[in-house]
Design a protein around this ligand. Structure first.
Ligand SMILES: [Cu+2]
Length: 168
């Protein structure tokens, strides 16, 4: 009698499990992330920047970024003003449906302050990106970025006014 009962329940729990798994997969797919990378650090340097291309399947806003290499990640814009590169901290980044959004050197980027360790080529950096959809629901996607570019550590990081924004 007990055995029959269990057999009867099994298909139901399998279906439930599949539902849960597919909803997790779906959440991962709302924003597709291409080519995530983080700039390698020079000796003694404890800041770096992260770059990637984000394309969303719906209108969403990036509201928070966490990383395993630092407690302090900011979203920054970068603009030339009177021959000086100026960076500004942004509270969020809005992504429009289907439009690739580039975080790239000289433009928008993720700023990493107070690195817990130096970053060298081929290491990986984990990001946890939290987005909000237009109904206010939050979801988080994990991104693994590759460290590269130590030979070409551009001056922008050194000469910019980062400390200015850094009030953690
Ligand atoms: Cu910056």
């Amino acid at each position: 009698m007990i055995e029959r009962h269990r057999l009867h329940l099994l298909p139901f729990s399998l279906a439930l499990l599949l539902m849960i798994v597919s909803s997790i997969t779906q959440a991962q797919d709302i924003v597709s992330i291409q080519n995530p990378w983080v700039r390698a650090t020079n000796p003694g340097q404890n800041i770096s920047a992260g770059y990637m291309t984000m394309t969303s399947t719906q209108d969403v806003t990036l509201i928070r970024v966490k990383s395993d290499v630092t407690e302090s990640v900011e979203m920054h814009s970068m603009k030339m003003e009177n021959n000086v590169m100026k960076m500004r901290m942004l509270d969020s980044l809005a992504l429009s449906l289907g439009k690739p959004y580039k975080l790239e050197p000289g433009g928008y980027h993720l700023m990493l302050f107070d690195l817990k360790k130096s970053l060298s080529d081929s290491q990986t950096v984990d990001f946890e990106m939290t987005f909000k959809n237009n109904k206010g629901a939050e979801f988080t996607q994990k991104v693994k970025a590759i460290v590269k570019g130590s030979e070409n550590n551009h001056q922008q990081l050194q000469q910019s006014d980062h400390e200015h924004h850094h009030n953690h």
